[in-house]
Design a protein around this ligand. Structure first.
Ligand code: GLA
Length: 385
């Protein structure tokens, strides 16, 4: 009898342990469904400064991880048509990976996204010389651009969690004039969209063109050649062999640059009869949006037929650089030890036109003291059956 009671006690105990364990797991699941933002350590810079990584959750299942090193989006999960979440951006597991050198994976780009010819431009008759880090031209802010600096992060909790990142780019940094105070706010919305608000002010006339350099692969693996793309643009900028814009914008109609209707990226990417494809080694060009207003409008729709994932890009900017990952060559090791192969990710960088400081006919990228640079870009995910 006594023995029975003891056994009964034991089985009751094991049931409670199991129940407790279930509640704990359930609890964790519940936690991951709740909207919010969480901070953890991501490593240390060679000069001893600590780097953090923030996990933003929107309560619907989407999770975005952002580090204050370069304001970099490290991972971003999006559901497929069956509700299966997959990481849809290229990146590294640790800070060490980024410090070894990556081609701007997920980072904030500044002061100037894309190229400035020979790194030279003038403002009010004064010539400025910037670092030349790309076959004689200035690219993505120079040698230590905004992608390689440590930003000051402030998490903002709430139903739509946000991460505020601030950086003071000192007068003369990489050759640019003026102390530039930059703020970038990432907000993870309930509608599976990540909104990026960029603002900047200066104490001396300068130039600014900020963007984000995420490499997307909506299948979460393989190359991006089966992705379909729409670009709401009737013209693109011709470039020379160093990818600096030349001459008049060229209409896309009748060319391999026409993405006004959903078109497979791989369909014409190797059409070397077009010199522009040869110069870009594929797509690496600036499309001028047909809607030139500064309101938030649809710039691009990217979709991947097998998973059903769709990503729409909306922006207040006048243009979008579509880069098809032509410089990826399997040498950069990313998440889970993956060697990122040729065209395994693509970028849709919303921005002003490359080399605008030397092109008075292009929309201006000049920022004056007293004015505020303000742009917004939204990447919104959905699914298609
Ligand atoms: C941009 C440029 C490309 C290349 C990549 C980074 O998209 O236009 O030419 O420099 O960044 O590798």
């Amino acid at each position: 009898m006594k023995n029975r009671t003891f056994q009964g006690f034991l089985s009751l105990l094991s049931c409670s342990v199991i129940l407790f364990a279930c509640q704990q797991t359930g609890g964790k699941k519940e936690e991951s469904k709740k909207p919010g933002i969480e901070k953890s350590g991501f490593g240390t810079l060679p000069d001893g400064r600590a780097v953090d990584i923030y996990t933003l959750r929107n309560g619907q299942g989407m999770e975005v991880k952002i580090t204050n090193f370069g304001g970099t989006i490290v991972s971003w999960t999006a559901p497929d048509r069956n509700g299966k979440y997959e990481d849809v951006v290229l990146g590294c597991d640790s800070l060490a990976g980024y410090l070894r050198g990556v081609p701007y994976f997920g980072a904030i780009i500044g002061r100037y996204g894309n190229r400035i010819a020979r790194g030279k431009f003038s403002l009010d008759g004064v010539q400025y010389s910037l670092a030349t880090n790309n076959i004689g031209n200035h690219l993505h802010g120079g040698i230590v651009g905004f992608d390689k600096v440590l930003w000051t992060a402030t998490p903002v909790a709430g139903d739509e969690p946000a991460l505020k990142l601030a950086y003071l780019s000192k007068d003369g940094e990489e050759g640019y004039p003026g102390n530039l105070n930059v703020e970038v706010v990432y907000t993870l919305q309930k509608d599976n969209a990540l909104k990026i608000d960029y603002t900047a002010t200066t104490d001396k006339k300068t130039i600014v063109n900020l963007t984000n350099h995420s490499y997307f692969n909506l299948a979460g693996k393989g190359d991006i050649l089966n992705h379909q793309l729409v670009l709401n643009a009737g013209v693109f900028l011709r470039v020379d062999s160093t990818l600096i814009p030349t001459g008049e914008p060229r209409p896309v109609a009748g060319t391999v640059f026409d993405f006004t209707k959903p078109t497979g990226i791989g369909m014409r990417i190797n059409d070397k009869t077009d010199a522009q494809i040869r110069f870009g080694l594929g797509y690496d060009h600036c499309w001028v949006l047909s809607d030139s207003s500064k309101t938030l409008k649809s710039a691009a729709i990217l979709s991947e037929p097998a998973s059903g994932r769709v990503m729409e890009v909306l922006t207040t900017e006048p243009a979008i650089q579509f880069y098809s990952g032509n410089f990826l060559d399997g040498k950069v090791i990313g998440k889970g030890g993956a060697a990122y192969q040729y065209r395994s990710g693509l970028c849709l960088e919303t921005e002003h036109f490359p080399d605008s400081p030397n092109r008075p006919e292009f929309p201006s990228t000049v920022l004056k003291p007293g004015d505020t640079y303000r742009t917004t870009t939204v990447y919104r995910f959905s699914v298609r059956n």
